[in-house]
Ligand binder design. Structure first.
Ligand SMILES: *Cc1c(COP(=O)(O)O)cnc(C)c1O
Length: 357
């Protein structure tokens, strides 16, 4: 740390993203990207728009919002496009949390939430999940905190029902409830329709996982016009042109052929369920993930040892050192062929240990 660093960086530990290594070719099952490339129409949209890059993009991303309004079924004023959904989370923490509005989220969830709270000096409460990692919605009724819930949750893939989310939202009328739907396209049920009924509900979406656009950085906040206006104050103060021209064009094109993303997501969901079945046959315990990843452990090998053995075989998965989940690995669901290679490598690693015992 430099001698110039501000108070807020004292002892600040930032988010550590999954590895993007360049030393060799890996089967990448560590950052929940889509294994499918963007469609030709989406790529062409970016190429075309590149020619206009001497001009700033439309700060309101109007065309993109129009296309998104069709797909999400809400008015354009209720949508805020952002530079990846991590940006909308930051906007929401800045707009809706402070000493008077502390924030609450599960103790096992997306690691960015506590980090944003610390960065902004917001008091936060980590609500314990149950022993099976499920979130008990009753813990969030009438909580008088800003609430953040990933649904499906990360890294467990477990879902709350739309009814449970609605109970949380309706019992917290004086605070904002943020539902992070990064993984909803793989098997959860979206609560976007509830944003028309509840002024305090903010839904966040990303095109990183469902729409093959992790590298383009595109996300959305969806909520009442008032919530969107509040977050626009933060957006215009920090980065008025947060969505670049190529990304906006790609997003618009992707939304116009949204069914193809929906199909890709259902292929991934099928491969996920088949892979889960095979892992259980190999003696793993898994959560009932509805996301594009599996969360698995086995008594046969430590989480970190399996991670390292897979890495040595050219397969990257994600291991978290947090004690409650250090026995697990989070395995992104890739193509059927990638998952065959992952399963074969895993079986070989377990076998080898059996022999050397
Ligand atoms: C991946 C992820 C995000 C961030 O997605 P980007 O749009 O790529 O910034 C947000 N929330 C959760 C739970 C995620 O897993």
């Amino acid at each position: 740390m430099s001698i110039y660093s501000s108070e807020r960086l004292q002892d600040f530990k930032s988010y550590v993203p999954g590895e993007q290594p360049r030393d060799r070719h890996y089967i990448k099952l560590n950052t929940n990207e889509s294994p499918f490339p963007p469609s030709p129409a989406v790529i062409a949209a970016a190429e075309q728009e590149a020619a206009n890059c001497n001009l700033y993009p439309d700060p309101t991303s109007y065309e993109l919002r129009r296309a998104a309004a069709e797909v999400f079924g809400v008015p354009t004023e209720c949508i805020l496009p952002v530079n990846g959904s991590d940006e909308i989370l930051n906007f929401a923490f800045m707009a809706f949390c402070d000493m008077r509005h502390p924030v609450a989220f599960p103790d096992i969830t997306y690691g960015v939430y506590p980090i944003l709270a610390k960065l902004h000096g917001i008091p936060f409460r980590e609500v314990p999940v149950r022993e099976d990692f499920s979130v008990n919605y009753q813990d969030y009724l009438g909580l008088s905190h800003t609430i953040v819930l990933a649904n499906p949750n990360a890294p467990t893939g477990l879902v709350l029902s739309a009814e449970e989310i609605e109970a949380i939202v309706s019992s917290n009328k004086n605070n904002v409830v943020i539902v992070d739907e990064a993984y909803v396209s793989f098997g959860g049920r979206s609560v976007i329709p509830l944003t028309e009924k509840y002024d305090n509900l903010l839904v966040t979406r990303t095109f990183s996982k469902s729409h093959s656009m992790a590298g383009a950085r595109l996300g959305f906040g969806i909520g009442s016009q008032k919530l969107i206006e509040d977050m626009n104050l933060v957006k215009y103060a920090t980065n008025a042109y947060n969505v670049n021209r190529m990304t906006a064009a790609m997003g618009t094109a992707a939304l116009r052929e949204n069914e193809s993303a929906v199909r890709n997501c259902s292929v991934i969901a099928e491969v996920r369920d088949r892979t889960a079945h095979r892992l259980r046959e190999l003696g793993f315990w898994l959560t009932d993930s509805k996301a594009n990843f599996l969360f698995a452990r086995t008594d046969q090998i430590d989480g970190i040892a399996l991670y390292e053995a897979l890495r040595a075989r050219g397969i990257l998965v994600r291991h978290f050192s947090k004690p409650a989940i250090s026995g697990f690995n989070r395995i992104t669901v890739g193509t059927a062929e990638q998952m065959e290679k992952f399963l074969a490598a895993t079986a070989a690693i377990l076998n080898q240990r059996e022999v050397t015992k």
